[in-house]
Design a protein. Structure first.
Length: 342
């Protein structure tokens, strides 16, 4: 259900409607728009009696939302969401006209490694550094990440290079720590339907980068975002990272068609990860170009200064010099599309 407020409705009237919704045992989500505020309602099993709300001052109408996802939907919020990520070097904007670049190693291995990558990425203007302190690995014998020690290394990178940190949380415990240390909480493909983790991310302070599950449909992907938003965290960014198909020449099949499909249904930014999406270094640049051309709101790229020595995903990690080239090309493509890279 969606309550549409008049364009001149006061903040007090919006608050009154929200309290009435809460008094009915439901959850109110005020969504300010360019022209007017709408209030999404969740928590209802069936139809709600519209009369009570529709007669309140400042309300234009109540609209039932029939789609399974509500808060992520363009029906509820027709203006595109721009997520603002504060970093020590200023805010990074994601969505709307803004294309955001996130780069860094798959995993945090040592402080020297992270500093070397950050040092070499800095001249390309990277303001969001990625790197996993907690690694969800297929094998229990593979490198699992440094955990809290890794988060501390990332905090040092933040301090020394002024970069915001994007890092993955794999369970409730790590999510609380990531919320404290990082600037963006990444939820990985393997956890896209970990509903208790999604709810916890919905109660976190920091923006969330939600990766698509490797066999998730678009509806499942959007419903996962809905879980986060339904708990009150509206700063959600989606990320396509490739799905499993019969294709045998790359690690995953990067489903770039999902970008315009998301744009038709949701106001949330959608980024693309060409590294996991292909699994091969030589495919990262061409698929990055294609992702931005098709309308992606940002890229998440794995970069390592010594990929042959990387503890995870070395074969899909590009070198910092290759990233410089990628960045230059992405800027040109974005300019053609009247978008700004940041
Ligand atoms: C990652 O970003 O390093 C990662 C583990 O990605 P995904 O969850 O998409 O596999
Ligand atoms: Mn990786």
């Amino acid at each position: 259900m969606l309550v549409v407020m008049q364009s001149h409705a006061t903040e007090e009237q919006v608050r009154e409607v929200c309290s009435r919704i809460e008094a009915l045992g439901l959850k109110a989500h005020p969504i300010p728009g360019a022209g007017r505020t709408a209030i999404g309602i969740t928590g209802n099993d069936g139809a709600i009696d519209l009369g009570v709300l529709e007669s309140m001052p400042g309300v234009i109408e109540c609209i039932p939302v029939t789609k399974p996802y509500k808060l992520v939907s363009l029906d509820v919020k027709p203006d595109l969401t721009v997520v603002r990520i504060p970093t020590p070097s200023g805010d990074v904007l994601v969505g709307g006209p803004n294309v955001a670049m996130i780069a860094g190693p798959c995993a945090v291995e040592t402080e020297e490694q992270c500093f070397a990558v950050a040092e070499q990425l800095k001249p390309s203007g990277v303001r969001l550094l990625r790197g996993g302190a907690y690694k969800p690995r297929t094998s229990p014998y593979s490198f699992q990440g440094l955990g809290l020690a890794g988060l501390k290394i990332l905090a040092n990178v933040r301090k020394k290079y002024g970069m915001g940190i994007v890092t993955e949380a794999i369970d409730n415990e790590s999510l609380d720590l990531v919320d404290e240390y990082a600037d963006v909480i990444q939820i990985g493909a393997r956890n896209m339907q970990n509903f208790s983790l999604l709810k916890r991310a919905g109660r976190a302070k920091k923006p969330v980068l939600l990766k698509r599950g490797m066999s998730a449909t678009l509806d499942e992907f959007l419903m996962a975002a809905e879980y986060i938003m339904s708990e009150g965290n509206y700063n959600v960014m989606l990320c396509e990272r490739g799905v499993r198909t019969f294709s045998d020449f790359s690690r995953n099949t990067l489903d770039l068609a999902v970008v315009p499909a998301v744009r038709k249904r949701s106001h949330l930014p959608i980024l693309v990860d060409p590294s996991h999406g292909t699994g091969k270094r030589h495919k990262v640049l061409p698929l990055s170009r294609a992702a931005v051309a098709v309308g992606a709101d940002g890229l998440l790229v794995e970069v390592h200064h010594q990929p042959e020595k990387a503890l995870s995903d070395g074969i899909q990690s590009i070198l910092p010099a290759e990233y410089t080239e990628l960045m230059a090309e992405i800027k040109q493509i974005a300019t053609l599309l009247h978008r700004t890279v940041n």
